[in-house]
Design a protein around this ligand. Structure first.
Ligand SMILES: Cc1ncc(COP(=O)(O)O)c(C=O)c1O
Length: 454
């Protein structure tokens, strides 16, 4: 058996794990007690995957403000995880908090538009370039609705996803290319009796020949993709990939759905605006309302006109789209505040400046330790990937994943007062993040790496 993971020996990983676990538990009596006290929550947490973090028992957060967290034992953390992007703009940005306070006295959920509605539509169109918008509550839902619209307007049954992608809990995207080259449901998916490969095609990211072949029979309604894959290890598009993707989808009458939920880190208009992409459908969730559950999906003028005809012609009854709390005055107030006052050009300038420093600092730590890792970057999103060179597709990204090593790095950083994302080594610079916090993260990483490298 290989006695190392990405250049780090298993014995070093195990030794650091034992030490940091003892430190974590020893200094957090209230956290330990809270884990035992939540008996009526399934698995002791409000959402089951909160137990999947590297911590032996979940960290319980007493307060989150700006880019700082405090746990119930009084320990403070510099937060670079930021709710896995939901708080990309910091915890509780003041304009959002004020808008929510105002809206609370004017109605939270009416199932009718508030005066903010039209303003939010205009702001979205200006920012992202698509003509027509709808509001949903999660990025998962926005993707589901956009895919349904794509099938409705094209009359085609299939969708296509890239291997290794994640677009939320959208059932039909949980497919992968298996070791023998077939497409099958992902092994981790539970409660799914259907063979999802019947209606979902999967090809490797950055592989335009495979894409061409998969779209050739013109049964695919829509390609759904992040502009850069962020949910395995970060996989950036190869030069020419987006131009090819657009040309091939257009030629085959397949719609292109860009999911910017994570790559909103790229700039005020996401990766799409920064790189002049021209999707037919567009989704962004998580941070778009400053941490309030809201997402938006946009359509080009052409898709909107086709979709309008579908709605006009359809028989009465439920369309399968929409949820009661979507488009609520609460969401609209938070969306408007975020778009007008939080996700500004100035905010992104600050985020990018800090991410420049973080990228350079982490690259230097890795180089000095002679580890076969590199740093990948998408605007304010910085990630350590455990390969010497950038990865090109989901399979390579999967091979770069070393769970025990990742977990010990997270936990060792956490006991040093720094929080990074739990599932791979992703870090976000927010408008509230300071230069000092970035230096603390680089310094803490250097300490942890020194304990791991030979
Ligand atoms: C690219 C992308 N799309 C959609 C989602 C789903 O977001 P949510 O869990 O808020 O529905 C995620 C979640 O990580 C994501 O990374």
């Amino acid at each position: 058996m290989n006695d190392s993971a990405a250049g780090v020996s298993h014995s070093r990983i195990a030794a650091l794990r034992t030490e940091t676990e003892a430190l974590y538990l020893g200094m957090r009596p209230r956290t330990r007690a809270a884990a035992g006290a939540a008996a009526h929550l399934f698995e002791g947490v409000p959402m089951h995957w909160m137990v999947d973090w590297s911590t032996p028992v979940p960290l319980v957060v007493a307060q989150a403000t700006g880019a700082r967290l405090t746990d119930i034992d009084g320990h403070g953390y510099d937060d670079f995880c930021l709710g896995d992007t939901a708080s990309l703009f910091g915890h509780g940005p003041a304009p959002v908090a004020q808008a929510l306070m105002r809206q609370a006295s004017q109605g939270l959920a009416t199932m009718l538009p508030s005066p903010d509605a039209g303003v939010v539509g205009d702001l979205l169109a200006q920012r992202f370039g698509l003509a027509r918008w709808q509001v949903a509550t999660t990025a998962t839902d926005a993707n589901r609705f956009a895919l349904r619209a794509a099938r409705a307007v094209t009359g085609r049954p299939r969708i296509l996803v890239f291997d290794g992608a994640y677009h939320g809990a959208v059932d039909e995207t949980f497919v992968e290319i298996t070791g023998n080259g077939h497409v099958a449901n992902r092994p981790g998916l539970i409660g799914e009796p259907r063979d999802l490969s019947v209606l979902t095609r999967v090809v490797p990211f950055n592989d335009l020949d495979a894409l061409e072949a998969a779209l050739a029979d013109e049964t695919v309604a829509c390609v759904i993709t992040e502009p850069a894959m962020t949910n395995c290890a970060m996989v950036l598009p190869a030069p020419g990939f987006h131009a090819g993707l657009r040309e091939i989808t257009r030629r085959h009458g397949t719609l292109l759905l860009i999911d910017e939920t994570h790559t909103l880190s790229s700039g005020p208009g996401g990766y799409t605006r920064l790189h002049g992409l021209r999707p037919d459908l567009f989704v962004v969730g998580k941070a778009i309302a400053g941490g309030i559950p809201a997402s938006v999906w946009g359509m080009s003028e052409e898709v909107a006109a086709r979709f309008q005809r579908v709605l006009a012609d359809k028989p009465d009854g439920h369309s399968g789209m929409g949820t009661t709390l979507s488009g609520s005055p609460l969401q609209l107030a938070a969306l408007r505040a975020t778009l007008e006052h939080v996700a500004t050009d100035d905010a992104y300038a600050h985020m990018n400046r800090l991410a420049d420093r973080l990228e350079a600092g982490l690259a230097q730590v890795i180089a000095q330790a002679r580890l076969p890792w590199h740093v990948a970057r998408c605007g304010a999103r910085v990630e350590v990937v455990r390969t010497p060179e950038p990865v090109r597709d989901g399979r390579a990204a999967k091979a770069a994943h070393h769970p025990a090593l990742e977990a010990v790095v997270h936990l060792a950083l956490l006991v040093r007062g720094v929080l990074i994302s739990p599932f791979h080594d992703m870090m976000l610079a927010s408008p509230a993040t300071s230069d000092e916090q970035v230096e603390t993260l680089i310094g803490a990483t250097a300490e942890v790496v020194a304990r791991l490298a030979d």
